[in-house]
Write a protein that binds this ligand. Structure first.
Ligand SMILES: [Zn+2]
Length: 165
């Protein structure tokens, strides 16, 4: 079976007949299908949704920077990680702040994605079948993604804090 490597997160999966991603993320169709499964699990579980849905969306987006993924999207999702992980904002309070940032920042800085081999990706989240385990894995995933982008942390803080202060 032919293995497909996701260009964003490095996830290796057997090639399947998957619909292409319905967006611009730098991802493989196989990785995108796993992400869709994880989102579906979160939409059907209030605890998961409240605690780690936003972190999952932001981690997945940032991990799939590059290629056709526009700077604005990468920058907004980096802001989401910054708000939760550095500023301690509740994940459910993040979307309105991101909307303000999305409307206010212009031009969007271009950040070169880090040359990193991630050890955690969306597949690790999909493979956990308990709610506490899912939450813990998303938190580890988000921390790894945010840490990998450390060379851009100061720039992210600058445009977020200018809007959200
Ligand atoms: Zn991927």
């Amino acid at each position: 079976v032919e293995e497909v490597i996701c260009p964003g997160c490095g996830l290796e999966m057997p090639r399947r007949e998957n619909a292409p991603p319905d967006g611009y993320y730098n991802t493989s169709p196989e990785c995108w299908s796993v992400y869709s499964e994880v989102l579906a699990a979160q939409y059907s579980n209030r605890m998961l949704f409240a605690q780690v849905h936003q972190l999952s969306v932001d981690s997945y987006a940032v991990q799939h920077a590059g290629g056709p993924h526009p700077d604005k999207s990468v920058d907004v999702h980096l802001a989401g990680l910054y708000l939760v992980l550095e500023r301690g904002i509740r994940p459910t309070a993040v979307p309105p702040v991101l909307q303000r940032i999305a409307a206010a920042v212009d031009p969007w800085p271009h950040f070169t994605p880090p040359a990193v081999q991630y050890s955690i990706n969306v597949s690790d989240v999909a493979l956990v079948d308990s709610t506490p385990g899912h939450i813990e894995m998303v938190k580890r995933w988000a921390a790894e993604v945010w840490s990998a982008w450390s060379m851009h942390h100061a720039d992210v803080a600058r445009y977020v804090d200018r809007v959200n202060s």
